[in-house]
Every structure is written in C-alpha cells, then in structure tokens.
Design a protein around this ligand. Structure first.
Ligand SMILES: C[S@@+](CC[C@H](N)C(=O)[O-])C[C@H]1O[C@@H](n2cnc3c(N)ncnc32)[C@H](O)[C@@H]1O
Length: 274
C-alpha cells in the first residue's frame, strides 16, 4: 500500500485550509483525548532530562508541553500558523515553529527523540515525513507515532456510520492517506523499516473520549477535524440534523452520569534509528 493513488498537493491544501480554520475547535474538543497517548509516547521513547525532542504536527503543543515537563528541550512544528500561535499561547516558554513535516528545517542528527501524535494520517506522503524524522534523529534516537485504530465501537466509526446512513460520502473531497493506514502493525513495520528504522514495536492504546452531554458528536468533529469537518460541510445542509441525530443514537450505549464515554482505541508505534 504506497498511498500514491491520489493527488498529494490537493490533499495537502485541503488539510492545511482545514487545520487553519479549526485550531480553536480542536483545542476545545480534542485536548482531553489526544493527550492520553502522550505519557506512553514519552515513556516508550525514554525521554529524559536534557534530551532534544521534536514534536511534529504539534497542534496546540500538548506533546511539547509534556516532554518539557519531563525535562526535555523541545521544538514543536506544525504547518498551520494558527496552530503554532495557539501552541505558543498555551506554552509561552517553549519553542514552536511553522514547518512542514515532509520538509523539516533542521540539520541531520539534531534530535534524540521525534514524536508524532496523531499527525501521520494527515500527511500527504507519510513516507517523506518518516524519512525526515529519521534524518533529523541522532544515531540510537527514537521515534513514536500514534494513529486511530479501526474499531466498530470507536467514535469515528459511530460518526461515519451516521454519515453513510443519512448523508453521502461521494461528495468530491480530495482523497488522501487512508485514515487507518498506520493502525496496521504490518504496514507500520514495512514503511518504517523501508525508511531505515529498526526495533519497531506496536502496542494498542485504549483511549476514551468523555464527551459532555452539551457537545454533540457532530460538533466535536465538524468544529475540530479537517477531514470529517470537510465531509460534513459538503453534506446537504437539510440532512445535517438527521445525521447528527443518527450520531447521537450511536452514542446512546455510552452514556454515563452526564457524559458519553466513547472508546477511541489507537495504535502506538515506536522505532529506533540504529
Ligand atoms: C490531529 S492534530 C494533532 C495535534 C497534536 N499532535 C495532538 O497531540 O493533539 C494534527 C495536526 O497535524 C498538523 N499537520 C497536518 N499536516 C501537516 C504537515 N504536512 N506538516 C506539519 N503539520 C501538519 C495539523 O495542522 C494539526 O495541527
């Protein structure tokens, strides 16, 4: 699976426009979810005081913030200026820069650890970004990346089932990297091995999304994620209330004391530049 059957430039533009628009909504709705993966990433890459850590696709800066709290010297990069501004606002003492994951502005061998939390599924050519991560790592440096796992009960599946049932999928959005490509351990091993990484280890993460009753699942996707927001914006507006109702119906089994506790399993992959 090389992921080259689509136009990378069109997907890049689509993702960039989406993330520039959605930075605040992402921070509001997704912080409590994606941050759950971070301690496992830091532990798995053995982040320690004084190490140089690169946070690729840093978004609002959560990974940088956590790595700095572990004593690392961090740099966060994201291709969205609005995300970089948000990260800088969240962690004013840390270093954030606007840069593309597929063309990193750092010399070879500059970092001990590279961390990509839920970024790789958004890159038009993930092989390029992973080759860049390999290049900027020192010998023995470690990479960690996360990707949503494919599961019948995940909030992503609940949302997609509602769109398939009540809306439309063939609405001309640019195709891109398959959402679950890096949820497949064989694919992770193959791509990372090809780039030059060794000791590739995948583990499952059982993340859960605690959605307050006041937030619809539709809001959390349409205000916060490039691909799902693009898909929802392209629906017939008259269908949106029905799609939202179908999403809420899908969430019904997960109500607990005023919140919906939705499964959001993920795959964590760790690799070493030997
Ligand atoms: C799902 S968010 C993840 C944010 C953050 N890492 C976290 O832990 O929540 C994906 C991020 O990837 C960024 N991104 C997408 N494509 C990128 C690229 N080609 N280069 C750099 N950043 C990119 C987006 O702007 C967005 O901030």
């Amino acid at each position: 699976m090389s992921g080259t059957s689509y136009d990378p430039a069109a997907f890049h533009q689509f993702e960039h426009e989406g993330w520039e628009r959605l930075s605040d909504g992402y921070h509001r709705h997704w912080e409590a979810l994606t941050t759950q993966a971070v301690p496992r990433m830091l532990a798995g890459t053995e982040v320690a005081k004084g190490m140089r850590v690169l946070d690729v696709a840093c978004g609002p800066g959560y990974v940088s913030g956590a790595a700095a709290a572990w004593g690392a010297a961090t740099v966060g990069v994201d291709f969205s200026q609005n995300m970089v501004a948000l990260a800088q606002n969240n962690f004013s003492e840390l270093d954030f820069q606007t840069a593309d994951a597929e063309d990193l502005p750092f010399p070879d061998g500059s970092f001990d650890v590279v961390l990509i939390n839920f970024g790789v599924l958004h890159f038009p050519t993930p092989e390029k970004a992973l080759a860049e991560a390999f290049r900027v790592l020192k010998a023995d440096g470690k990479l960690a990346l996360t990707n949503w796992a494919k599961s019948d009960t995940s909030a992503i599946t609940i949302a997609m089932k509602a769109i398939i049932k009540e809306g439309a999928l063939d609405i001309g959005l640019p195709e891109g990297t398959p959402l679950y490509r890096f949820a497949d351990p064989d694919e992770c091993e193959s791509v990372l091995g090809e780039v030059g990484f060794s000791d590739i280890v995948c583990s499952e993460l059982e993340l859960t999304w605690r959605l307050p009753e006041s937030d619809t699942l539709m809001d959390t996707f349409s205000q916060a994620t490039a691909r799902m927001s693009g898909l929802l914006r392209a629906q017939d507006p008259d269908r949106l209330p029905v799609i939202s109702a179908a999403m809420e119906e899908g969430c019904a089994p997960y109500h607990q004391c005023g919140v919906r506790v939705l499964p959001m399993p993920a795959l964590l992959t760790i690799a070493t530049k030997v």
